[in-house]
Design a binder for this molecule. Structure first.
Ligand SMILES: Nc1nc2c(ncn2[C@@H]2O[C@H](COP(=O)(O)OP(=O)(O)OP(=O)(O)O)[C@@H](O)[C@H]2O)c(=O)[nH]1
Length: 386
């Protein structure tokens, strides 16, 4: 190939694969709970060994090693990428599709052993195995919604890899009974090069996938309240302010503050763990009753806040009552113990938010909550300017 020094490129990509294998093994040691790294490290390592074995054909190494063993091993890297993805996406204890892998591996090895002396057959079988593994990996990655960019990128690399393998199969099959013309030989060299490059790119993308996913998880965790998994105070205030500054500026909306009644005595009587369960139950009712567009946050202790965009006063009153009733009826039982749990809600409503300060609305809802507590609890009170 004019302008392309194939052996140098091959040595370079194999070195990169070796480095990535070492890097993944190090990550596997540092992150023992993420077993996917062992699969991916092994995948890179086997790719290097198999490529060297395949290259040993040029040095008269017997075909049982340079063809049969090399092609048997060359099918493993994309398969190990897949088994690693199973662990990465479904968790460290996720079951592998061992039966399907065993059947495919047996058929592959039998066909390979029967035909490795027949020209092109090993290359075609190998390309079929790699294509199948690439498609499996793409399907696995479809279940991974986050991180979307890295996942899509890896899917594209795998799809491209599968396409180059299909092109290789086509080239070999269309010249099965004849010698390969020079044009086909050049194309096959290009395919070999892209095969090596795409394998290397996929190997580099795998740790990237992990790091972006972990970064996103940490960011998500920093925004969530650990107990209820609702947005914490900081995140709720930030989200609400951002919403109101943009889409919600001209909308009618209701803001509510919600507080569990006599929660201290529930803790004192039944213990802190039961109190925690009650808090989780209330959080669950909030997420079930409210719409996806409503913003909910745990403001701290036994206090929650809600922003309900595009909500009329009548609707807000109705939803407030529904929340109060749901808690009274459904959150009162923990481990068979009746807690008589109720909530008080303070609410405020504006026809148009623009020109107002969100903190003012929260303060109004808080004042209404104080009124609700004062008037006997287990009630919904709306703010009225005095
Ligand atoms: N179990 C549990 N208790 C909490 C948590 N956060 C705050 N608390 C408790 O919530 C209780 C709040 O008590 P108070 O502020 O006196 O309010 P209250 O007893 O609900 O009384 P009213 O609000 O006036 O009805 C305290 O006992 C806190 O220890 C938590 O995460 N888990």
């Amino acid at each position: 190939m004019p302008g392309l020094d194939l052996p140098t490129l091959i040595v370079l990509t194999l070195t990169i694969n070796l480095l990535v294998a070492g890097y993944m093994a190090l990550l596997a040691k540092l992150q023992p709970q993420q077993s996917a790294f062992w699969h991916w490290a092994l995948s890179c390592l086997i790719f290097v060994v198999a490529s060297l074995l395949a290259a040993s054909r040029l040095h008269q190494v017997p075909p049982i090693f340079s063809v049969l063993l090399a092609h048997a091993l060359l099918a493993l890297p994309p398969l190990l990428v897949g088994t690693g993805l199973v662990r990465f996406i479904r968790g460290p204890l996720a079951a592998q599709p061992l039966k399907a892998i065993a059947i495919c591996a047996t058929v592959y090895l039998l066909l390979l052993s029967a035909s490795y002396t027949v020209s092109h057959s090993t290359a075609v079988l190998n390309a079929i195995a790699i294509t199948a593994s690439c498609i499996w990996c793409i399907r696995l990655l479809q279940a991974l919604t986050k991180p979307q960019f890295a996942s899509r990128l890896l899917q594209s690399v795998l799809a491209l890899h599968a396409l180059t393998m299909l092109a290789e199969i086509y080239l070999y099959l269309s010249h099965w009974h004849t010698a390969l013309p020079q044009q086909a030989v050049t194309l096959l060299q290009l395919i070999l090069l892209s095969h090596i490059l795409l394998t290397t790119v996929a190997a580099v993308l795998l740790p990237l996938l992990f790091f972006i996913a972990r970064e996103q998880l940490l960011m998500q965790q920093a925004d969530l309240d650990e107990l209820t998994l609702l947005p914490n105070r900081r995140h709720f205030l930030r989200e609400s302010s951002a919403y109101l500054a943009q889409d919600g500026a001209n909308a009618q909306l209701a803001v509510m503050m919600l507080d569990l009644d006599h929660f201290k005595s529930i803790n004192d009587t039944f213990g802190h763990a039961v109190g925690d369960t009650a808090l989780k139950q209330v959080a669950q009712i909030l997420t079930q009753v409210l719409r996806k567009t409503d913003l909910i946050g745990r403001m701290g202790g036994e206090e929650f806040a809600i922003v309900m965009p595009n909500t009329s006063e009548a609707e807000a009153r109705c939803i407030g009552q529904r929340l109060r009733q749901q808690v009274e009826q459904h959150a009162g039982m923990v481990d068979g113990k009746p807690l008589n749990l109720t909530i008080s809600i303070g609410a405020t409503y504006v026809k148009q938010f623009s020109g107002l300060d969100f903190q003012t609305l929260l303060k109004q809802a808080d004042e209404a909550l104080y009124e609700a507590k004062r008037s006997g609890r287990n009630t919904v009170t709306f703010y009225s300017a005095r």
